[in-house]
Design a protein around this ligand. Structure first.
Ligand SMILES: Cc1cc2nc3c(=O)[nH]c(=O)nc-3n(C[C@H](O)[C@H](O)[C@H](O)COP(=O)(O)OP(=O)(O)OC[C@H]3O[C@@H](n4cnc5c(N)ncnc54)[C@H](O)[C@@H]3O)c2cc1C
Length: 502
């Protein structure tokens, strides 16, 4: 497959570096960087993307995995960002990744701690969300309008919600990703199918507007790459790649729990944070029979860790706030794991990171190096378009206009076509049309260990086609087994075995 990423292709493409200048060099293989690589390759440009670790190694695997309609931006008056988010949500859900992005119900149970005034505010927000959906031309067949629901309906979606004082609930719809790391990998493979050289374990050093030294992290070898256009998409590390970029990272933490702790949750369960009208804690049903509970927003100054860690206070805050609406409080014994990510927010001098705009920023240095930071996963496509347009203009390079609005990612098909695929639903949601190839590998169809449905066929596919080079890639990004550390230990042998399959 032209979209296949694997060790052999990586070696070949590393060897080809430096022979002639490339049109576009991208530093960073998070969702933003791979978005730029895809946009550039789709415009017919030659592309090299260098990622220091693995695809989605950074923030792009630690998100809430929501494809937002932009409601929270509306609350702060940023109508343009809200509209942009709603448009990009529609593109992902209807055209570019219907396999990975699904319509997602979210409920707010109306319990005594939510006053009638507060409930009216939340309802007004949901109605504004409906208006945003309409303005983005997303059909109500895809995302139904919000509505008030009965207490019984609340309990059908969220069986463990407190019943005493429950006077019904509010229901709204948004988009949910099967998994954020998999979206990033899907975009990278689509770029690769159009000829982009996507090189993991390859760090960008001495990055300028005209090229960089790329260092192979596996061998230490270095390659001088000249480029017409260079784009720094290194997320929270962007300030280490380009001078003059100052970020103010903010940490967001999630808890990982089993569906059993929620009695089978089938909607996002949203709980207003006491004392705030704009902050919420939510429980999100996730793949692998899990529920993620998030989210916090904590200033995270100082050195940037490769893998950020949740603080004890954040864990307590999330458990307590979510428990306030449940019949049986959650405790630390319910935790399978935690994860935390750093938002790459631009330093704007404000008091709190929660107040910093989530608007993305494109910054062009005097030598033409373009840095793209901020924004969010939902708007990666638009961020890529803006960054590439700016870089092409700065370098005087001409290219075809952006065409990614209607460019399906590998595995994408219409929702109707996906529904007819002869493969298990779980695989269709993860792989789209490629589920047929994974399900067809009958020799490796057994689950790899107790506690997961992941099969050896999925690991083999990740090694052959999705660029997995070691067990971390397999367990922490191609699958999300690693979010449960005990399960991760159990799955290690299977991951090692997949790496040496013929
Ligand atoms: C807790 C949390 C929840 C979120 N939830 C949502 C959500 O539900 N929906 C949504 O739309 N958005 C969400 N976001 C925002 C979204 O996740 C981020 O905006 C997005 O993932 C940032 O992607 P990125 O590619 O810019 O950065 P990253 O994903 O961090 O990618 C940067 C990459 O650059 C690489 N790199 C660094 N230095 C170098 C170098 N010198 N050479 C080569 N490579 C290098 C890193 O290894 C990394 O892989 C959330 C963010 C957080 C923190």
């Amino acid at each position: 497959m032209k979209s296949s990423l694997n060790a052999a292709r990586r070696t070949r493409e590393l060897e080809s570096l430096g022979r002639e200048p490339v049109d576009v060099l991208v530093i960073g293989g998070g969702v933003t960087g791979v978005g730029v690589a895809l946009d550039a390759a789709a415009r017919g440009l030659s592309v090299v993307l260098a990622e220091k670790h693995d695809l989605a190694f950074g923030t792009s695997r630690w998100s809430s995995k929501l494809v937002h309609g932009g409601l929270r931006y509306l609350a702060s008056g940023a109508i343009d960002i809200a509209h942009e988010s709603a448009v990009e949500r529609g593109i992902l859900i209807d055209h570019t990744a219907p396999h990975l992005v699904s319509p997602f119900p979210q409920i707010v149970p109306l319990l005594p701690q939510v006053s009638r005034g507060h409930a009216a505010l939340v309802q007004a927000g949901f109605l504004a969300g409906d208006a945003l959906r309409l303005s983005a031309h997303t059909s109500h067949h895809t995302l139904p309008p919000s509505r008030r629901i009965s207490g019984q309906e609340v309990l059908r979606f969220a069986p463990t919600v407190r019943t005493s004082g429950l006077r019904g609930g509010l229901l709204g719809w948004d988009g949910q990703l099967y998994d954020d790391a998999r979206l990033t990998i899907g975009i990278a493979r689509t770029a690769a199918s159009l000829g982009a050289r996507v090189l993991t374990r390859c760090a960008g050093e001495q990055v300028t507007g005209h090229g960089a030294v790329l260092r192979d992290q596996l061998t230490g070898d270095s390659y001088d790459v000249d480029a017409r256009v260079v784009i720094n998409a290194a997320g929270v590390w962007a300030g280490q790649v380009a001078q003059g970029i100052e970020l103010r990272p903010s940490r967001g933490t999630h808890l990982v729990l089993s569906q059993e702790s929620f009695g089978g949750l089938s909607a996002g369960l949203t709980v207003p944070v006491p004392g705030s009208t704009s902050r919420f804690v939510f429980a999100l049903p996730a793949s692998g029979h899990r529920v993620y509970v998030g989210i916090t927003d904590e200033d995270a100054p100082g050195d940037i860790p490769d893998v950020p860690l949740a603080s004890e206070q954040e864990i307590d805050f999330l458990l307590e706030t979510m428990s306030s609406v449940l019949r049986w409080p959650l405790t630390r014994a319910d935790l399978l794991g935690t994860f935390a990510g750093l938002r790459p927010l631009l330093h704007t001098g404000g008091d709190s990171t929660a107040d910093i705009s989530r608007r993305h920023a494109v910054i062009t240095a005097p030598d033409g190096l373009v840095t793209i930071v901020g924004g969010k996963l939902t708007t990666y496509r638009r961020m890529a378009e803006d960054a590439l347009d700016a870089a092409l203009a700065a370098s005087g390079t001409s290219a075809a206009p952006c065409s990614t609005r209607r460019l399906p990612l590998v595995g994408a098909a219409s929702r109707d076509a996906l529904a007819t695929l002869a493969a298990p639903d779980r695989l269709v949601r993860k792989y789209g049309t490629e589920a047929l190839a994974v399900a067809g590998d009958v020799d490796h169809a057994q689950a790899i260990c107790e506690g997961t449905e992941t099969t050896a066929a999925e690991l083999a596919f990740a090694v052959r086609h999705e660029g997995a080079l070691d067990e971390d890639d397999l367990l922490d990004r191609r699958t999300r087994i690693g979010l449960d550390p005990i399960l991760r230990t159990r799955a290690l042998d299977a991951a090692r075995a997949a790496l040496v399959l013929p």
